[in-house]
Write a protein that binds this ligand. Structure first.
Ligand code: AMP
Length: 419
């Protein structure tokens, strides 16, 4: 019969890979926990309406990339494509505005987007992220960027670059878009056919064009960063000052656009040269209008999300210590059911006493079982001979002694060399 494989764009996290993820998670606990961020988990699926309203119905994510389904009761649900809208929903739903503000969260989980799979791009992928809700000052923006930089650094992510911009407020943006569109129209004959066709649809794309004609036009195009309202410009200046003080290097990128509609003011993205075409490691920004858009009180917020696969792809190999095995228990005569119970109990009690203890489960011969104990680096092997007696072997020295089964654990805990 043909075997069944994991769906396209998904993959299995096998134990060695899972270990690397645990290391990442422990860094997240340390870095974000240390700064007072607490973990939050939201459901894997949400009402589709949340993302339509939260992420923006005109975005690529909502238009093309969502896994939506009918829940059987006529309601449209969607596997979460991102984490910010669900966390804002939770903030509103649980009345968290009554807590001392801001509330600071981190999360780590899997997300789903119907994208064309390639290296570093999957249909189910994992993100680590953080959100600060209820703080609007520039020091929050700088803090969240700093903490992400620390995480990438702790994971040894190579060749990182930070791109930084400000989107100002939506009103400025609309005015700017009109100005840019008019500018592009005035220079239409110098633009590539592609850019010309998209002037109205997406004028910002012209900044990314690779043909010389368009590039020459864009060099003199108006930039949103030069059009910011005074309070937005001041906010952005202070973010830059704080990043400078922290020694974080960044490049101002007036063309930075991210595929979510909810951003205001500060926007940032870390890329890594160690990644191929999918070079974005993580990014985020401020979303001061989102909570209101989802039905809450006007509340500022900022957050980021970073791709776990990409952090691991671009990160340094982490030395992974093998799991310690204090005791490996072998039942000498498997036909002897009482000895079987004694071996089973010995492993259980050893674990209760705080030892890492494994029972031979593979029905190996005595020789095979000892070889296996050696392979997993067991410190001691106990061979349970019958209900009461065992042979304890120190795998470092090769010494062994016969003793009562009930004395095995105490002997190991004393760490006494076997005489
Ligand atoms: P976004 O929510 O699009 O800003 O994505 C934030 C980060 O998540 C990106 O920088 C990537 O590292 C990661 N990411 C986004 N989409 C995918 C995907 N389809 N596969 C793997 N990682 C992704």
């Amino acid at each position: 019969m043909a075997s069944i494989q994991a769906p396209k764009g998904t993959y299995d996290v096998l134990p060695p890979e899972a270990e690397r993820r645990s290391i990442l998670e422990s860094h997240v606990h340390r870095i974000f926990g240390g700064a007072g961020y607490r973990r939050i988990e939201t459901p894997a699926f949400e009402a589709t309406e949340l993302f339509a309203r939260g992420v923006g119905s005109a975005t690529d994510i909502v238009q093309k990339e969502m896994y939506s389904f009918d829940d059987g009761g006529g309601r449209s649900m969607t596997l979460r494509p991102e984490g910010t809208a669900p966390i804002c929903r939770a903030y509103i739903e649980h009345g968290m505005h009554k807590l001392p503000l801001p509330v600071k969260f981190w999360y780590l989980g899997s997300f789903f987007r119907a994208e064309q799979p390639q290296k570093g791009r999957y249909r189910q992928f994992w993100q680590v992220g953080a959100e600060v809700i209820g703080a609007g000052g520039p020091e929050t923006d700088a803090e969240i960027i700093l903490l992400l930089a620390e995480l990438l650094d702790a994971m040894g992510v190579k060749g990182t670059r930070l791109r930084l911009a400000s989107l100002g407020n939506p009103e400025t943006r609309i005015e700017y878009r009109d100005e840019l569109t008019a500018y592009l129209r005035a220079h239409a004959s110098e633009l590539s056919v592609e850019v010309r066709a998209r002037i109205d649809l997406n004028p910002m794309r012209a900044f990314d064009a690779s043909d010389r004609g368009t590039q020459a036009v864009m060099a003199n195009a108006p930039k949103l960063l030069d059009r910011l309202a005074p309070d937005d410009a001041e906010h952005f200046d202070q973010v830059k000052t704080l990043l400078d003080a922290a020694g974080i290097r960044y490049e101002l990128d007036p063309t930075l656009v991210r595929g979510l509609d909810y951003y205001t003011r500060t926007l940032f993205e870390f890329t890594s040269d160690a990644l191929g075409a999918q070079s974005g490691v993580g990014g985020g920004g401020r979303y001061d209008r989102l909570i209101e858009q989802l039905g809450g009180q006007p509340t500022p917020g900022i957050g980021f999300a970073a791709g776990i696969e990409r952090i691991l792809l671009a990160g340094a190999e982490q030395p992974i210590a093998p799991d310690p095995v204090d005791l490996f228990v072998i039942v000498g005569d498997r036909e002897n059911r009482r000895a079987g119970v004694a071996g089973f109990e010995l492993a259980r009690e050893a674990r209760q006493a705080g030892l890492a203890a494994q029972l031979e489960l593979g029905a190996r011969s005595m020789k095979g079982a000892l070889k296996h104990a050696d392979r997993i680096n067991a410190r001691y092997v106990a061979i349970v001979n019958d209900e009461q007696s065992a042979t304890l072997k120190d795998m470092d020295t090769g010494e062994q002694q016969d003793l009562e089964a009930i004395r095995v654990i105490a002997t190991i805990l004393r760490g006494s060399r076997l005489a």
